[in-house]
Design a protein around this ligand. Sequence first.
Ligand code: ZN
Length: 450
Amino acid sequence: MDPTRRIVSDGAVAIEGSRIVAVGKTEEIESFFQADKIIDAAGKLVMPGLVDTHVHNSQQLGRGLCDGCDLPVHLFERLYGYEQQLSEEDAYWAAINCQLEMIRAGTTCFVDPGNYFPDQMARAIGESGMRGVIARIAFDVHSTPMGELSSHLRRETADEALGHAEAAVRRLDGLHDGRVRTWFGLRVLAVCSDDLIRRAKARADDLGVGLALHASESRDEVVAARVKFGMHDLERMDVLGALGPNLLVIHMGWASPREIALCVRHDIKVSCSPSAGYRLGMGSMEFGRFPEMLELGVSVSLGSDSAMSSNFVDVVRQMNLAAGGAKSQRLDPSVLPPETAIEMATLHGARCALWSDEIGSLEPGKRADIAIFDTRKPEWQPVLNPIANLVFAARGGADTVVCNGEVLMENGLVLTIDEERALLESQTRGRRIARESGLGAKVMPKWPVE
Ligand SMILES: [Zn+2]
């Protein structure tokens, strides 16, 4: 994954400290470098670490709690109900488990659009060894055409929300050798006032960070925006002067032609989340215009969303769904080829995380963020085209993962997280939250449990 997209057979990557110093044939690399540690990747595919541009770490303990409900119920009843039960320690263990799932998937960098526990997110990144963008979420409107925020849930004014968000940027941005970056994050535009949107963008610009938000996500949301504001989400942001290249808009399956033109004009970054579209029945891939956005030069990356929306966090599976969904929508198997899917998960992902100067490709000078996939498995063989096999044939699941020059997982063993402890915490805390929120009873199996 370099400007010429070379596929190096019998290749090697030399790493010094946190950076890649050379990429080439093993023979050449071995003649120039003496290694303290060698990772034998014979029979394996060495890729840039994958970038997941839409991950809600804090929702990891709520897997399944939103199953089978429409978006308004999903947001106003299930998600906000879950969040109300979440303690600081729950949020930390949610992030650890989420990052464990991502490392196992071959992801080295993620963008989390925000929650109420940015310090716990940063703490988890410090321990897992991953790279991530985090945010302290902001919204200030509690009654919308989609639903009413119940009165026992957290309510903030624009001043309060922005105060917390900016403090998080100042406190956390750049932590852990620069692996933590902190942005501003707005929930969905329907629950943000004009004042909040305008000021969040201005503060992000002043502090030189990004702004992430969900936009044009579902038909319900688009209709709600038209009813209340007379226009679509990005058109509203345009009127507010809040568009720019540091904006990451998530979903966009219902983007209007005008919104797509705004993405081109303002170099706005887009994160497409196929699995959330399918799981929630939002029609993201059926009605989305992602191949067109890519043709027009927009950076379109892939996001997994969360355990409550997708319900998994794995970019390899997103590549498969994005490529398949676009082909099925157009009745054209040549749309969104596997090469494009891999660019979405690497180069475009890095651009969308505003991190492409450091990650997204295997090139000298870039950070050593690497995912290695073992091709010596039945679903991989024979390997004629490893690019196509990764997108169409593989089940996902990396074998070895390196981030910032540190080995996070080697030959299937995660080195930075006590996996047994993490899974136990997830099970215990997840069950407690399901019980205390009353949401667990809504998603039990319909079949008799003995
Ligand atoms: Zn989201």
